[in-house]
Design a protein around this ligand. Sequence first.
Ligand code: NAD
Length: 276
Amino acid sequence: SKVPPIILNNGVEMPQLGFGVWQVPDDEAERAVGTALEAGYRSIDTAAIYGNEKGTGKALAASGLPREDIFVTTKLWNSDQGYDSTLRAFDASLEKLGLDYVDLYLIHWPLPSRDTYLDTYRAFEKLYADGRAKAIGVSNFLPEHLRRLIAETSVIPAVNQIELHPHLQQREAREFHAEQGIATEAWSPLGQGKGLLEVPAIVAIARKHGRTPAQVVLRWHIQLGNVVIPKSVTPSRIKENIAVFDFHLDDEDLAAISALNEDRRLGPDPAAFDLA
Ligand code: NAD
């Protein structure tokens, strides 16, 4: 299945569905990412803190795919925020990935109490100007952090990657991003595969379409316009999760999923999260 792109605010194309590798150990990442690339994924979402940039890079190299056909995202970890430390951390990530540019570089968390994201982002602007990051953005930024960032810096973030799934639909953030031309990327799009995939409304929609609950949830994201990066290390699920471009949810399905919002986070609250 070919994944359609969305066009970021600087004209760069990003596949609307990619492969997330959080919690995949470095020595398993090469196999998992290799399986994903074989299944047709062309976008990989990693981060310095995941500890698997090396394994990810090995899979990219082993695939033999042209560099321009792959979209690679990595993220700056909290302990490296600040102008000079960001530039150093970026070099270290590129080295581990074995690449000479990334497609998207994200500030992993805003850490508002430390107040370093503006300096950090100014280093991102340099990496962008130098062509070493084809697009720059943020993750876990609340609208108040984005407003300040946009007011104080020159490049509007291309992407904000936030926790988003049917139990946490993030309507306000999505609306704000749309107004600003920022793409919304959903992390834990399957709600980490826990209770969400057993919710009766989702199971019923899956039966109706002859699909799996995971495919229904991913298709819901796609129809909303979100970028999604589901994670799995199981080959059959890796294939299942990309096979969502040959069916359509109708208005009734979409309304039933909309009704599942509980504003319930699985991860930390970005306003308070301050882990080094
Ligand atoms: P996810 O919602 O993608 O769920 C993954 C889990 O769901 C798997 O471990 C598996 O248990 C289950 N699963 C996957 N496919 C399935 C299927 N077809 N059927 C049944 N169960 C299935 O959760 P995630 O890994 O937390 O999020 C995806 C990616 O988002 C991560 O790998 C990472 O790249 C990114 N992420 C980013 C942040 C951030 O702070 N920016 C935080 C968390 C995750």
